[in-house]
Design a protein. Sequence first.
Length: 158
Amino acid sequence: MDKRIRSFTPKDLEQIVRIAKLLPEWFDEDARTRAIPIDLKFQEVFVCEGFGNSPDQTLLGFIALFIAEGRVNIGWMGVHPDYHRQGIGGMLIRAAEDYCRSIGVDELATYTLGDGVEYPPYESTRAFYKKHGFSIYQRAQTDNPGCPEEIKLKKKVI
């Protein structure tokens, strides 16, 4: 399957929400039904589109970015579960890095469930970010039962 990264268009929202629904380990009901549809209206979003042997195209993944604290931050990112471990996440990170360079920002950041919480889906998330050059720069305890410990990660974009 051929893949390409492109900018989000409003017609992509339905497929992005569908991907989030297929990833309940990472996206809860509130994220899928309220937060993602609102946030994507105000964030810079890129999608990975796949092309098969038919004229149909399918969204394989997405990444949403916003600027805060002098960094480009990953607000949301997901890859369709049928396409995990096929390089799509890396393509999306590279798109975020290219965006950073295009606007003159030298750090890309995100946050996730802390490593003090044993939960296999987020162990793989932390491993993914580490593989792509992110390192922890802040830890915090929260009052959110779904995320009692949070870590912030960042990487330099050169």
